[in-house]
Design a protein around this ligand. Structure first.
Ligand code: ADP
Length: 589
């Protein structure tokens, strides 16, 4: 006999007493309640799916004698075969085939029969896992079967199937009870599934947390997390090491600002400033913090960056704290110091021989010029050309030496300026002059050496009176002009433009040269920064001209910037207030 796949709800049969009188529905109800209670308790006590299987098997075995029950779960598909005794492989195959057909009949989507057969899980005691060897030796066919949907809140989560090798094993009268058992099992399985999913999520989160903790702990950067009050929530090992000078203070459970106010450690207030600034929503980058003792050659120096921490990473919400990263930059500062000292020594050492070379070259030039003048006087009586004179050749050589020495002198003076700036010894000497005059002087002086270029001077102001350091402003214009010529090797036009600008003037030097590509825009004014983008052309220079120019212009209270298009040319600008700006420092660093 084969039972229907669709369970029909039937009343439990009522019990009669032996004398034929009805004990009444109450006894039947009481019995039903007792059974349900036992079943319910078994399921409720199940904390994993295998315990649910055991509870299900026990409940069904109270109702029928059968070979196996099977659970097919959806999303993802999983098939569990729970045998009551060892089964033959052929019988298992037949059961799987029936389950697949039943699932297809009620429209379980994307069910891969082969895959299901391969991954079916035999949930049996070890001895049941072996094929059955006794009495039913010829039986490999299914005699009876029953399949019931497993539903939770009217949602089908899978199928429960019962199989037996004998015919007529399943009593339709017990179908209602079987359905109730299936409902219990469905809820219990769904709970287990939810718990498993929750556990898996928790495990993944925990794993991620441990991974993060490991990364943070092994980071060479110090990491400091503060809450909305500025109190330290956590610090990694590197932060503890780097901020050792304040370890006693940092142990106290107080906001950084209060720690700073009650401590002798001066840099704590800078650290508090940084975290408070980040807490307002701003990202602070590379703020320098000297935490070492001043007696050291280069004290322990940190570069501090901080960013606000937002709940769930949503930056539109108020921050809940701040994450601060500390980088030890002492060795970089040490290298910079060594470089500065080297530059200072070398530039000073170079100046003396350079001055001598310049002086003697000038002396020789004058002597040769005198000789040539004498020869010119004699030439009146002979027909020899002046160009053929050995003195003319010497003069040409000396002029080259002179121009190269001038170039070298400019380099050395840039290096000297740099070391003076480093030591805060580059002073400005303000004097009144006309900017237009200075520009035309500068244009004249480069015109001679720029044969391939046409240099225009465009004075678009009525007056150009300023009080500034004439030599230093001349140096800036010279740097702009030298660069405009140097970085337009094909020649072309260079325009020097003077315009009115707010309370002063704007000077622009426009060229049609190689231009600068955007990735270098932010670095062009950094010291020693050079663009190495032209394999075909090497431009001489050391990357100091614009750095020095920026320091000079900012020292006057002006601004310096540029615009450029790669391959089309650049325009370098600076502004200069008419009279020294109140924020002018005069001492440049
Ligand atoms: P240097 O010319 O000695 O390299 P600067 O500080 O004067 O040093 O200039 C820095 C860098 O800026 C240069 O190496 C060059 O790449 C770029 N640069 C400056 N002026 C120009 C310009 N007019 N056109 C294109 N690139 C320029």
């Amino acid at each position: 006999m084969e039972s229907s796949v669709q369970p029909t709800i039937q009343a439990m049969s009522t019990h009669r007493s032996t004398d034929g009188s009805h004990e009444g529905p109450r006894a039947a109800i009481n019995q039903e309640i007792r059974i349900l209670n036992t079943i319910g308790k078994r399921f409720v006590a199940s904390i994993d799916r295998f315990q649910v299987h055991r509870a299900l098997l026990a409940a069904l075995q109270d109702l029928y004698s059968f070979a196996a029950c099977c659970i097919l779960l959806k999303d993802p598909y999983e098939l569990f075969i729970i045998p009551c005794y060892p089964l033959r492989p052929a019988l298992i195959d037949a059961m799987i085939e029936h389950i697949v057909n039943a699932a297809k009949a009620i429209d379980f989507q994307h069910l891969d029969a082969e895959q299901l057969a391969r991954t079916a899980y035999l949930d049996a005691p070890d001895e049941f896992a072996r094929p059955r060897a006794q009495n039913t030796a010829t039986r490999t066919q299914i005699g009876s079967k029953i399949t019931i949907p497993l539903t939770v809140e009217s949602r089908i989560i899978g199928l429960l199937s019962l199989f037996d090798e004998n015919v007529g094993s399943f009593d339709t009268e017990l179908l209602q009870m079987t359905t109730i058992v299936a409902d219990y099992a469905a809820v219990a399985l769904e709970n287990v599934r939810l718990r498993e999913r929750e556990n898996a999520l928790w495990r993944a989160a925990e794993l991620e947390r441990q991974r993060l903790e490991l990364i943070i702990r092994s980071m060479s950067e110090g990491l400091l997390i503060t809450d909305d009050q500025g109190k330290i929530l956590s610090m990694n090992n590197s932060a503890t090491r780097l901020l050792w000078a304040a370890h006693e203070e940092l142990k106290r459970d107080l906001p950084l600002r209060i720690l700073a106010a009650t401590s002798d450690v001066s840099w704590l207030s800078t650290l508090a400033d940084v975290t408070e600034q980040a807490f307002t929503g701003q990202v602070v980058t590379n703020q320098e913090l000297i935490v070492g003792t001043t007696g050291d050659n280069v004290p322990l120096t940190l570069s501090v960056s901080a960013a606000p921490l937002h709940e769930g990473g949503d930056s539109s919400l108020k921050p809940i704290g701040v994450v601060t990263v500390l980088n030890d930059v002492t060795s970089i500062r040490q290298l910079e110091l060594m470089k500065d000292e080297f530059v200072s020594v070398v530039s000073h050492e170079l100046r003396t021989p350079l001055t001598a070379i310049k002086g003697y070259t000038q002396h020789l030039v004058r002597r040769i010029e005198r000789r040539i003048r004498r020869a010119r006087a004699q030439q009146m009586s002979t027909s020899a050309s002046l160009d053929d004179l050995p003195e003319s050749y010497d003069l040409r050589s000396l002029t080259i030496i002179q121009s190269q020495t001038d170039h070298l002198e400019r380099l050395v003076s840039d290096l000297l300026d740099l070391s003076r700036m480093q030591q805060g010894q580059l002073h400005l000497h303000f004097e009144p002059f006309y900017l237009a005059d200075l520009l035309s002087e500068q244009v004249r002086s480069v015109q001679g050496s720029a044969e391939q270029h046409t240099i225009y001077l465009d004075i678009a102001v009525a007056d150009s009176y300023v009080e500034a350091d004439r030599a230093r402003i001349g140096q800036v214009v010279g740097t702009f002009l030298d660069n405009a010529i140097k970085y337009s090797p094909q020649g072309g036009q260079v325009t020097v433009l003077l315009e009115d600008h707010e309370d002063g003037y704007k000077v622009s030097v426009i060229d049609q040269g190689v231009g600068v590509s955007p990735e270098h825009f932010d670095h062009i004014f950094e010291r020693f920064y050079r663009v190495h983008n032209t394999a075909s052309h090497q431009y001489p220079g050391i990357g100091l001209g614009l750095y020095v120019a920026k320091t000079i212009i900012e020292g006057h209270g002006g601004n310096i910037w540029f615009t450029s298009t790669l391959g089309a040319g650049s325009t370098f600008h600076f502004t200069l207030p008419r009279v020294p700006h109140p924020r002018t420092t005069r001492k440049l660093q």
